[in-house]
Design a protein around this ligand. Structure first.
Ligand code: 13P
Ligand code: SF4
Length: 353
């Protein structure tokens, strides 16, 4: 725990020194503090208490006809109790197609729960921790999109799902890191406004040969920003045969040292199919739980241990239980916004990937 707090402190310190996107970094630093706070004060339960909590969640889930969807970055105990664990497109699809359940508990961050509420408005969608907000999603406002549209009136607007519902309502089509290349290739345009992740924009531009204008200019994920190729170089000295896989939210320097670039679930597939016995992972450390479960014979090493998404970690067993019990926090998207945003999301689902 002390090591984790120390890493987060260093991480926050290095972010504060950059100068660019200061407002976002302040938001990020407050999330880091929230994570340290939540980690310390939702201190580990004794084994018996944890089992009791798990049992209570299972019973409540059944009684209330609820399902738990969890993102690949969630804490191990949350992944283990979930009905389904996946990347953002898989979770959205699952939420969209859910028929039986009356409640969907979305153990992830705000924009993912919002997408579920948009795609399946008949269900009650709960986000266990209201503070679980993706800072990247807040980097792109509707005003910013409008500003760029003035300069590129004919360019379609493609938005990563890591955006607020209001922004989704203002774009032509959404994408995730799992289908961004296919979405861009499906468009009859060579110049495209793409946001908010600049790294993903660069990666997709490389793959498609199209011109992607990043909006805003410097949108980024504060967690993936922490991965540095030097860390991989050092690990490769010790594990020369290791394969390297990274998320496209990492920098181009990280992509250059990678054998595979893909979404969190695509990385799981790559790990299952790869002949490499040791794999260096360039994404949030939560994925390692699923990787180790699915490929127990392999050795996974996170490229940088401090790369934790504090927002994803805000969901704890206690909060999940309270969320189910009190049916909080209900995620609602204003109807007019939801109607438009669902068009952008459904267009994405229509693209073959
Ligand atoms: P995936 O869609 O790959 O799960 O990524 C979501 C995300 O937030 C990555 O930081
Ligand atoms: Fe957002 Fe990055 Fe956390 Fe993903 S890892 S939810 S992009 S802050």
């Amino acid at each position: 725990m002390n090591y984790l707090c120390f890493s987060l402190f260093i991480m926050g310190f290095s972010l504060a020194g950059h100068g660019k996107e200061n407002v976002m970094k302040k938001t990020w630093l407050s999330r880091v503090k929230a994570y340290i706070f939540s980690s310390v004060f939702t201190a580990s339960h004794a084994k018996g208490e944890t089992m009791n909590l798990i049992d209570k969640i299972q019973k409540l889930k059944k009684a209330k006809k609820a399902i738990i969807l969890a993102h690949n970055y969630q804490r191990p105990e949350i992944q283990d109790i979930a009905d389904y664990v996946g990347d953002s497109i898989e979770l959205s699809r699952k939420a969209m197609l859910e028929q039986e359940a009356e409640i969907i508990v979305f153990s992830a961050v705000d924009f993912m729960a919002e997408s579920a509420a948009i795609l399946n408005p008949a269900k009650k969608v709960l986000l266990p921790s209201l503070g679980a907000r993706c800072p990247m999603a807040q980097m792109l406002t509707v005003d910013e999109i409008k500003r760029w549209k003035v300069h590129y009136p004919h360019a379609p607007v493609v938005l990563y799902v890591n955006t607020l519902a209001s922004a989704k309502a203002y774009c032509d089509i959404c994408c995730t890191s799992a289908n961004a290349v296919e979405v861009i290739n499906s468009l009859d345009a060579d110049t495209i406004l793409f946001g908010p992740d600049r790294n993903l924009a660069e990666y997709v531009a490389e793959k498609t040969g199209k011109t992607l204008i990043p909006i805003p200019e410097w949108g980024f994920c504060p967690t993936h920003l922490l991965f540095q190729p030097e860390d991989v170089t050092v690990l490769k000295m010790r594990y020369p045969d290791a394969a390297v896989m990274v998320h496209p939210e990492c920098s181009s320097e990280m992509r250059k040292v990678a054998d595979f670039v893909g979404s969190t679930s695509k990385m799981c597939r790559y790990a299952r199919e790869s002949s490499a016995k040791t794999i260096i992972v360039g994404t949030e450390e939560g994925l390692l739980h699923r990787l180790r479960k699915e490929s127990p014979e392999k050795h996974f090493i996170v490229a940088y241990e401090g790369a934790v998404c504090p927002n994803m970690k805000l969901t704890t067993l206690d909060r999940l239980y309270a969320s189910l019990k009190e049916e909080k926090h209900v995620i609602k998207v204003p109807e007019a916004v939801a109607r438009k945003a669902s068009v952008s999301l459904e267009r994405m689902f229509a693209v073959k990937s």
